[in-house]
Each structure stands twice: as structure tokens, then as C-alpha cells.
Design a protein around this ligand. Structure first.
Ligand SMILES: [Zn+2]
Length: 342
């Protein structure tokens, strides 16, 4: 059998990400390298592959990564939740609500491995500060069909593709009684939120291809709650998470990050969980060519680890939220001919 070390590849993060903030009173243990095997899971995993990869992570972590389900998809597939840590600050990450936007899923499996399998003093410290739940591949029925929507041929009305299914990420409206919500995947995530009240919620999606204002290609965009129903304190908390992610993804993942031009509708998870009081963030990875898929998975991995680490040491809450306003607005679409050639 090949040694595990041989499989631990280039997702290592610079130790600077993990350095304790200046002026911290109770310094955490010396940061350990953060990495995960690239071959844990493919870039476009089936629900079965997600299940196998998570089972491996749970096994190799000696149970420090725990597996559960948040509910069932409309076709009855498990909505898998993986949890690592037992600390008081609770976080929730959600991947692949849109079934054809997969790359947050392999990033999450790697992040769970990186946080749960190694057992250094720093890892133990981190897991004592935070509890991270990840809804891994929130739309398995859409994933098997490589489609945005869930699978519900009876779907009709706003935010549906009639005869196909619902757009799960328009059905998190916290003003709608959960029992009246027609989308089982959205209901499951809402119920999870109400059970655990996560302080931070990050939702991982994918977008098309765009240019930065400076002409480089955008590799990721992000946005915090923009609903007028979200309290200013929650919006500020989301903007702090945005700045943390912008800094980490820009400097450690070499990502080109812009501000996503999102709507204010309260049914969007980014807005809904901000309205409910979480620090909420949307991360959109650009759909780059195949040779940059690994780069994109690493970007999301860096985002996840940076968010967890900033929550664990509290540095996240000392960020000036106004800095989010300097994240550049997303530029125009990459022209089709350039996208073809790129
Ligand atoms: Zn999406």
C-alpha cells in the first residue's frame, strides 16, 4: 500500500494563514500544515462517490469527522452532513445546491480531511474552538443529472423549471413556514439551521467566466447578504467573512476575486441566513477550463480553511467590514470567442 504521505499533495497552505493574530491573548499552538490528498474524490463526484469519500474521511479520522444526514432529496437520496470539531462556534458550509456546480463538493471533502484526520496540538485546539457542519452536495438529484434544479416533475411557478424541478437556492425564505416549503432539500437545510444556529454560513456555487475590472479573468466572486431584511450587524458579519475570504483566496490561492452582483430576494440562502442572523457568504467559483479545475478546488479549500481558522482564533471578528466595499465589482462576461480559445 502506498504511504499516505505520497498522496498528500500540493494543497498545503502557507503557514502565514495560520499564524496567530498580533495581540491575541491566548495564543493557539504552533500552526500545523493544512493539506489533504488530491485523490480523495473526483471533481464531479456522483452521490455514491461522495458517500464513499466521506466514509473514508470518517474512518481515517478515527471518528473525528462524523457523518449524518440532514434529510432526503425529493428522490430519496441522503442529504449528507459531515461534522468536525466540538467547539462552541458553529459553522455551516453548503455545497452544490445547483447540481451542475460541483467543485465546492471535492473542496469540502478535502477540508474535512485536513481538519479531522491530522491530530497535531493545533488541530486539537482548532477542533475545540469550532464545530463545522458541511452539507456536502445539497442537490444529489440534480448532480446525477448535471442540472441546476432538483428533480421534481411536478414543479411549477416562480424559481422552477416546469417539469424538471425547483431552484433549491430560491426556497430558503425564512418568512415562509418550513412546512409550506415545497423543496425538501431547502427544508432540510433550514431545519438544520434552526437546530444548530450556526454563527457562519458559507454557500459554494459556480458561475460562468468573467473579467475583472483590470482585465484579468475572474476566478471567483463573492457576496454577503443584500436583503433589506438582514440586520446591519449580520450584514457586517457577512462582510467580515467576505474580507477574510478575499484576503486568503487572493494571497494564498492566487485567485482573482470580485463582488458578485446578486439580488436581494430573501429566498436565496445568502440572504436567508443573514436575515436569520448568521454571518452569511456566497462564494462563486468560475467555470474555468479543465486544466484549472484543480486550481479552483484549491481556491475553495483555502476559503473553507481560512473561514474556520478565522472563526477559531476570533481574528475574523476584528476585520473592518468596510473593507468589503473595496472588493471590485464583477466585470463583463468573457467574450465567447476568448472563452473558446482560453
Ligand atoms: Zn449556483
Amino acid at each position: 500500500m502506498r504511504s499516505r504521505l505520497a498522496n498528500v499533495a500540493a494543497t498545503a497552505l502557507a503557514a502565514v494563514l495560520l499564524a496567530p493574530p498580533a495581540g491575541a491573548t491566548a495564543a493557539p499552538p504552533t500552526p500545523a500544515p493544512v493539506s489533504a490528498p488530491e485523490r480523495l474524490i473526483s471533481a464531479h463526484p456522483s452521490p455514491e462517490e461522495v458517500g464513499r469519500a466521506l466514509a473514508r474521511v470518517a474512518r481515517e479520522s478515527d471518528g473525528r469527522v462524523r457523518l449524518g444526514v440532514a434529510g432526503r432529496s425529493n428522490e430519496g437520496r441522503p442529504l449528507r452532513v459531515a461534522t468536525v470539531g466540538h467547539g462552541p462556534t458553529r459553522l455551516l458550509f453548503v455545497t452544490q445546491q445547483h447540481g451542475d456546480e460541483p467543485l465546492g463538493t471535492p473542496a469540502a471533502v478535502r477540508a474535512l480531511w485536513a481538519l479531522g484526520v491530522p491530530n497535531s496540538a493545533w488541530h486539537r485546539w482548532l477542533r475545540g474552538r469550532v464545530t463545522l457542519d458541511v452539507v456536502v452536495q445539497a442537490n444529489p438529484d440534480g448532480a446525477v443529472r448535471d442540472q441546476r434544479y432538483n428533480h421534481d416533475p411536478s414543479a411549477s411557478g416562480d424559481w422552477t423549471e416546469p417539469g424538471v424541478g425547483y431552484d433549491i437556492n430560491r426556497f430558503h425564505n425564512p418568512l415562509t413556514p418550513i412546512a409550506d416549503n415545497p423543496v425538501p432539500e431547502s427544508r432540510a437545510i433550514l431545519r438544520w439551521w434552526h437546530r444548530h444556529h450556526p454563527k457562519i454560513v458559507v454557500d459554494y456555487h459556480m458561475q460562468g467566466r468573467y473579467l475583472q475590472p483590470d482585465g484579468r479573468e475572474t476566478t471567483a466572486s463573492m457576496l454577503w447578504p443584500t436583503s433589506p431584511l438582514a440586520a446591519p450587524a449580520a450584514v457586517d458579519a457577512g462582510r467580515r467573512v467576505a474580507v477574510r475570504n478575499y484576503d486568503a483566496m487572493t494571497h494564498l490561492a492566487r485567485a482573482n476575486v470580485s463582488r458578485y452582483p446578486g439580488m436581494s430576494y430573501e429566498g436565496i440562502a445568502r440572504n436567508a441566513y443573514g436575515i436569520l442572523g448568521s454571518a452569511s457568504l456566497l462564494v462563486e467559483l468560475s467555470n474555468l477550463p479543465a486544466d484549472q479545475v484543480e486550481f479552483q478546488i484549491r481556491s475553495a479549500f483555502v476559503s473553507m480553511i481560512a473561514t474556520v481558522q478565522g472563526a477559531a482564533d476570533g481574528s475574523l471578528w476584528r476585520i473592518d467590514p468596510e473593507r468589503a466595499e473595496s472588493i471590485p465589482a464583477r466585470g463583463p462576461s468573457l467574450p465567447d470567442d476568448q472563452a473558446e480559445a482560453a
